[in-house]
Design a protein around this ligand. Structure first.
Ligand SMILES: NC(=O)c1ccc[n+]([C@@H]2O[C@H](COP(=O)([O-])OP(=O)(O)OC[C@H]3O[C@@H](n4cnc5c(N)ncnc54)[C@H](OP(=O)(O)O)[C@@H]3O)[C@@H](O)[C@H]2O)c1
Length: 249
């Protein structure tokens, strides 16, 4: 039986990815900053472990408790929307510590066992915002684009050990807690010189009809984890596929 460890399973994509793999007879290690037993169906194949990807001690404890892992899904992430002038450096650091360095630290912690067994997959969840520039998302986009670049290079050095690396690019998913969680970091509002731009951006979003659903992301992660012929980059969601196909080549 194969084992997947997923970060950020308390809500959204991570929770759905955990359900998806559980339904397909995998052993699932669903990790959460604050573990909750009531969000996933009870199963002998499910372990819920505490994990904060910004905390090296928490990472070590989770990996030690998890036992052998076949697939690591780096899904945990935080969002933020503002002009750069409205982005405190502490917030920029928090975004990179979570989205970028959290992914790198988790990968580093799991990698030795995959290399020794000469088998395994690392799936990094980034975003279609990396396919084309958007207003007010400079720091968030940079944190995810860095993971894309990290993954590309890592994939090359791990080929010799039969360890695959894949990147899943979700589109905009209003149904997860992402926006709500991001808003908690956005209490200071937007700098006044940017207010007309902000209104225009929000109005354009309301016109967008195609979105990404958590199940689209779970399917893409499943493909990445189980199909060795899957592409390196997998867009997840109707809007994501449109964006990915239209990206500047
Ligand atoms: N929703 C979108 O529109 C969208 C689009 C493209 C990509 N993404 C990416 O998809 C991933 C999942 O997002 P989502 O939409 O499912 O949002 P979500 O519902 O907010 O889920 C994010 C998860 O990450 C966890 N997390 C945050 N910081 C963490 C840390 N330091 N250590 C461990 N876990 C941490 C959260 O845990 P807590 O409950 O403890 O906060 C939560 O479980 C993120 O990487 C996000 O950047 C989202």
């Amino acid at each position: 039986m194969k084992t997947v460890l997923i970060t950020g399973c308390s809500s959204g994509f991570g929770l759905e990815i955990a359900r998806y793999f559980l339904d397909r007879e995998w052993r699932v290690i669903a990790t959460m900053r604050t573990p909750r037993e009531d969000v996933l169906p009870r199963s002998e194949r499910l372990s819920i472990l505490p994990l904060d990807v910004k905390d090296p001690h928490s990472i070590r404890a989770a990996i030690d408790a998890a036992g052998p892992i076949d697939v690591l899904v780096n899904n945990a992430g935080i969002g933020f929307l503002n002009a750069l002038e409205g982005t405190p450096m502490d917030t920029a650091r928090d975004i990179f510590e979570t989205n970028t360095l959290g992914t790198i630290a988790m990968t580093q912690a799991v990698l030795p066992q995959l290399r020794e067994r000469r088998e395994g997959v690392i799936v990094n969840v980034t975003s279609t915002v990396t396919c084309r520039p958007l207003h007010l998302l400079s720091v968030y986009t940079a944190s995810k684009a860095a993971v894309n670049a990290f993954s590309e290079s890592l994939a090359l050095e791990l080929e010799q050990f039969n360890v695959r690396v894949r990147v899943v690019l979700p589109g905009r998913a209003p149904s997860t807690r992402f926006g709500e969680n991001a808003q908690a970091r956005m209490q200071n509002g937007f700098p006044e010189p940017y207010s007309a731009l902000v209104q225009q951006i929000f109005a354009n979003w309301e016109k967008q009809t195609s979105v990404t659903h958590a199940e689209d992301v779970a399917q893409a992660v499943w493909l990445a984890a189980t199909d060795s012929s899957s592409p390196f980059t997998i867009p997840a969601g109707e809007d994501a596929v449109e964006w990915y196909n239209a990206r500047a080549k």
